[in-house]
Design a protein around this ligand. Structure first.
Ligand code: FES
Ligand SMILES: [Fe+2]
Length: 348
């Protein structure tokens, strides 16, 4: 999948939460179809290597970590954090490390509570930073991550995370209910993002409104997509006194299976203390509803292979996202989608 992903591989992808990677037991992950083993070296630095022993291809993620190295569970070949094979037990004490015995090692960054890996491939250097997860350690903000497995591809997931019309069906009564109101929105495409601003001053989201917005102040709702795989949804109340931000970064495992790391950040003043108890079950319920509808769409897309979509003005943001991702996926050969802005109405 990495080799057929065009320019989509030239990004950082979240491979794990920071607290999922330790110095004793390795962690196995699949990113863009590549099996990767993660562990911490003797200094506590996260390391990412190909999860495929050079000898007989056993999974190193089932082995052990010792002295900053990882040992294969099958015949004990041992690799250092650069992927060099430093010991082959069957060669005895005189065995010499061979230079052609080297696993692919992936550049790693630890940032905002996530372990990110660069998927550009051997010989490429990271030319950008991982996505900054908003308000990860900002004073006055609470936050937590949710990790969710979806049976659908990245394009359709990021569209779902930005899509408003589905909320009154898929999340009816939980997040937003149908009011048959007109919504005006502005959708802008830049060369690497899609930004949507909604004009719906009287909108509210779920039962949380009593806590998020007790004075019923106007709410500003913006949705943003950042290439190639991240969405950020902001709900800001009043003069920015309270806010609730949902940021999701998608890590493709295969064409129809994706791990999503969602950061929920909230600034609710005195309510922050209780929000840590009631927000997680609420957001888990809402995401589970999306897991189900994404599985239903994914099953159809997987069967038919080539999508056949009809669109309305409310789907403009979908078309913009598809155009940016398709350009990168094609390897950047065609004409790059240019900056553009549209305004439209839809009903929810
Ligand atoms: S398969 Fe890993 S040491 Fe043999
Ligand atoms: Fe949803």
């Amino acid at each position: 999948m990495r080799h057929s992903s065009g320019l989509l591989k030239n990004y950082w992808y979240a491979a794990a939460l920071s607290n999922e990677v330790g110095g004793k037991k390795p962690t196995g992950r699949v990113v863009l179809g590549e099996m990767i083993v993660l562990y911490r070296d003797a200094e506590g630095r996260a390391t990412a290597l190909s999860d495929r022993c050079l000898h007989r291809n056993a999974l190193l993620s089932e082995g052990d970590v010792f002295g900053g190295c990882i040992g294969c569970p099958y015949h004990g070949w041992t690799y250092d954090s650069a992927g060099r094979c430093v010991n082959v037990p069957s060669e005895g004490p005189d065995g010499k490390p061979a230079t052609d015995r080297k696993l692919e090692s992936f550049p790693v960054r630890e940032q905002d509570g996530l372990i990110w890996v660069w998927m550009g491939g051997p010989g490429t250097k990271p030319d950008k930073d991982p996505f900054p997860m908003p308000y990860w350690d900002a004073p006055g903000w609470g936050r937590y991550y949710m990790k969710t497995r979806f049976q659908n591809g990245v394009t359709h997931l990021v569209e779902n995370f930005m899509d408003v019309p589905h909320t009154v069906f898929v999340h009816k009564g939980w997040f937003r209910s149908r009011t048959r109101k007109r919504v005006r929105c502005t959708v802008e495409r830049t060369d690497s993002s899609v930004l949507v601003t909604y004009d719906q001053p009287n909108d509210s989201i779920g039962f949380t409104n009593r806590i998020l917005n007790p004075k019923n102040e106007p709410m500003v709702h913006t949705d943003k997509f950042y290439m190639p795989n991240t969405t950020r949804v902001d709900y800001v109340f009043g003069e920015n006194t309270r806010a609730f931000v949902i940021t999701s970064t998608c890590t493709p495992m295969s064409a129809y299976e994706t791990e999503v790391y969602t950061l929920i950040s909230y600034k609710l003043g005195a309510f922050n203390a209780i929000a840590q108890f009631f927000l997680p079950p609420y957001t888990r319920k809402v995401i589970q509803q999306d897991v189900e509808i994404m599985e239903i769409q994914g099953r159809s897309l997987k069967h038919h292979k080539t999508p056949s979509f009809q669109s309305t003005p409310a789907d403009t943001l979908h078309l913009y996202i598809e155009s940016l991702r398709a350009y990168d996926e094609s390897g950047g050969g065609d004409e790059k989608p240019g900056p553009t802005v549209s305004e439209m109405d839809f009903w929810i």
